[in-house]
Write a protein of this length. Structure first.
Length: 288
């Protein structure tokens, strides 16, 4: 089991290396979940470190205030005009670094998380005013999207996900059923409600031009005000963003576990068969 964090560990490691005075200058191109690409460079000006990010859904996120969220989170580090080929750029002057650079490194590792937070903040704000928002669609992966809609009493978050094969679909159903069953436990009865449908989209998505295929599933989270009030909003956004990555990780981990168990069982059967194999005439062993 792995513990996924909202921040990018590889960005943290590269930045710590880049912020050392004796670090090699150059360009680092990094990949993250959901097709996100980062570029960290200080080759043109050794005193300026540029951190750029490309997301396939950033144009949609801008419609929901992503640029304003990033400007709020990063202040003067945020550049209104990103580097060519990228959607967001942060610029850090290496000659005016704070005494403790760890908070800055941590903030930079959350660049993707903060960009994706914009539509969630819009929905939470609308619900707190007991207003209904428009359906916000974020196509964050090829053939997959997150849909967010605020209602006067709740916020609905829907993930569309595509299963690559039938085995993934079966494991996915079992895993999601555990979400439903676990909520019956007294300790977590206040957790968000989770609903799952195969091929048939939820009511909130009826009328949209969606892919009609048995390989597509929809996971719905129903968030009530207690799930995102005050400081809980930050954790709620961070954790729900990671759901798709956790979901498919569990599918792959379960398949790997089953394969290892099957191989171990086959090996044990082969040993039993070998021990039971009758000896050929003339090969009987005699004591010496």
């Amino acid at each position: 089991m792995i513990i996924l964090e909202p921040g990018s560990k590889i960005i943290e490691e590269v930045l710590r290396d880049k912020l050392r005075s004796d670090a090699d200058k150059g360009i680092s191109v990094l990949a993250d979940f959901d097709g996100v690409t980062f570029r960290i460079s200080n080759s043109e000006n050794k005193n300026i470190l540029m951190i750029s990010m490309a997301m396939i859904c950033f144009k949609e996120l801008e419609q929901f205030g992503a640029s304003q969220v990033l400007a709020r989170e990063y202040g003067s580090y945020y550049q209104p005009s990103p580097e060519p080929g990228y959607d967001v750029t942060l610029s850090i002057d290496l000659q005016s670094l704070p005494a403790d650079v760890e908070p800055l490194i941590k903030a930079c590792s959350l660049l993707k998380r903060n960009a994706l937070a914009a539509p969630f903040e819009v929905a939470f704000a609308a619900q707190q005013q007991q207003q209904e928002s428009a359906l916000m669609a974020i196509p964050y992966r090829v053939n997959e999207a997150i849909y967010i809609k605020a209602l006067p009493d709740r916020v609905t978050v829907i993930f569309s996900t595509e299963f690559k094969d039938e085995t993934d679909k079966i494991y996915g159903k079992v895993f999601l059923q555990e979400f439903v069953d676990a909520r019956r436990l007294p300790a977590i009865q206040n957790a968000p409600q989770v609903l799952y449908s195969q091929r048939e989209p939820p009511l909130e998505l009826r009328g949209l031009n969606l892919k009609d295929s048995d390989s597509v599933g929809y996971i719905t989270f129903v968030l009530f005000p207690r799930h995102f009030q005050g400081q809980a909003a930050y954790d709620c956004i961070s954790k729900i963003q990671m759901f798709r990555d956790y979901f498919h990780y569990h599918i792959k981990a379960s398949k790997a576990y089953m394969h290892s168990r099957m191989r171990a069982r086959v090996d044990s059967f082969l040993k039993v068969l070998n021990r039971a194999k009758p000896e050929k005439p003339g090969e009987a062993k005699t004591a010496r």
